[in-house]
Design a protein around this ligand. Structure first.
Ligand code: ATP
Ligand code: MG
Length: 424
């Protein structure tokens, strides 16, 4: 039997990792410019943490978590999302005590879903969480940040922002009751999934993909009519801040999100360029969660973006820069009995510039080394043979046009520097 990876858990191959690095670098670079700090927390946490934060009757906790007992019999879960672990870590380490925090993290998440394009069982998120700020300014900051990110990535034309307000937990409970009243009286017109949700998580019915259910919902009470004045004001101010920043959005009264902990603002950035898996970034405010997990009340708002979906989108739209595919700038071919001087020259050149220099360590003929130089994607080959070592020189070959020149080793770094400087 061949050993295989787990279904829905992909390898990221050397040809693919540069796109991921490009995305990760762009996001972390921009987050740094907004004054956000990275936090790292474990991939495995106690199952209780996710049950208490995400909610017992959500899709994630009911049917998507990878949970197991460890050798001590402790119930553990591979994290299905980052917010719970981030809040746990922030609380445990005193980061929320009279402090404001702007944090981000990146890494794998695990959900037992049906694998398809843009939907995996091990997938990756970059998440952002802020703590201690209750006004709409920080909600706006997150959305302005994401809008700028899409612009830097060349994705602005492909994504749109949907926002909604869920009000307070009490508002939602009142709305939940009204929605159940309305739908229970029309139960037989609901699709099967929605009938099941009526008892467990009726707000999720608003997301239903069934046309009949959506038609029925047209006459249902809307959450917007149930939210309190502070939530209304918060939402109106957020909209005004987005207007002023020139960030376009659609208010979607049906947007509820699948996790229990949200309150007030929720949002999704969606694209129609990826088929059914169209949400590339989603988040919202969760003012109650810190207290729910044992801390003092602490307002919070955050988001998570799906790395696989964003890389797909960059690829689909042709927005990956050419430089992403190129991993080597200079290939040093060492022909003949020159292993030692070749290694010394390689190290000298690595001290002299920040170019990416690969040294041929496989040997063989001049021809086979030059073939490898071509395949490496390098622009330049530096060729060192026995004659060159004796003469203190090297041959620089421009692989794009085939030109070449003999250069004194003492002048080599200068020639390479001039070549790459001329390009920028
Ligand atoms: P969806 O409605 O697509 O299932 P979700 O509401 O479950 O998304 P969140 O928990 O909000 O997703 O996660 C934030 C982002 O993480 C999503 O917008 C998406 O880009 C990405 N994501 C979520 N689940 C998966 C998955 N199984 N595979 C790949 N990416 C995912
Ligand atoms: Mg989901």
């Amino acid at each position: 039997m061949k050993l295989q990876s787990i279904r829905g858990m992909n390898d990221l191959l050397p040809t693919e990792s540069p796109s991921w690095q490009y995305l990760e670098k762009t996001v972390s670079g921009l987050l740094a410019r907004y004054g956000y700090s990275e936090i790292r927390f474990p991939i495995v946490e106690s199952t209780e943490l996710f049950k208490r934060s995400i909610g017992e009757v959500t899709d994630i906790v009911e049917k998507e978590m990878y949970s197991f007992d460890d050798r001590n019999g402790d119930p553990l879960t591979l994290r299905p999302e980052g917010t719970a672990g981030c809040v746990r870590a922030a609380l445990q380490n005193g980061l929320l005590h009279n402090q404001l925090q702007r944090l981000w993290y990146a890494g794998p998440m695990f959900r037992h879903e049906r694998p398809q394009k843009g939907r995996l069982r091990q997938f990756h998120q970059i998440g952002v969480e802020t703590f201690g700020m209750d006004g709409p300014q920080i909600d706006a900051e997150l959305l302005v940040f994401t809008a700028r990110l899409w612009a830097e990535l060349g994705l602005s034309e492909a994504v749109t922002l949907q926002i909604n307000s869920l009000g307070s937990a009490a508002d939602r409970a009142r709305y939940r009751a009204a929605l159940i009243d309305y739908l229970a009286a029309r139960r037989d017109q609901l699709d099967e999934d929605s009938q099941r949700r009526l008892a467990s998580n009726p707000l999720r019915i608003l997301d239903s993909k069934s046309d009949a259910t959506q038609a029925l919902l047209a006459g249902a009470p809307t959450l917007g009519d149930f939210i309190d004045q502070p939530s209304r004001d918060h939402f109106a101010q957020l909209c005004a801040l987005l207007d002023a920043a020139g960030v376009a959005y659609q208010v979607n009264p049906r947007l509820v999100r699948g996790l229990d902990y949200y309150s007030k603002t929720v949002f999704e950035w969606v694209t129609d360029a990826l088929g059914a898996q169209g949400t590339v970034c989603a988040g919202g405010r969760y003012d109650g969660l810190v207290e729910q997990l044992g801390g003092k009340p602490c307002p919070a708002v955050g988001l998570a973006m799906g790395v696989e979906r964003l890389v797909l989108l960059l690829d689909e739209l042709g927005q990956l820069p050419d430089s992403v595919a190129q991993q080597v700038d200079i290939y040093l071919a060492a022909v003949g009995d020159v292993a030692l001087p070749a290694q010394q020259l390689a190290e000298q050149l690595r001290s002299a510039g920040s170019w990416r220099l690969q040294l041929d360590c496989a040997g063989g003929s001049f021809k086979s080394q030059l073939k490898r130089a071509d395949r490496s994607g390098a622009e330049l080959a530096v060729i060192l043979g026995e004659d060159e070592v004796a003469a203190g020189s090297a041959v620089v070959k421009y692989l794009r046009n085939g030109e070449q020149a003999s250069v004194e080793q003492s002048e080599l770094a200068g020639v390479l520097t001039a070549h790459f400087a001329a390009k920028n």
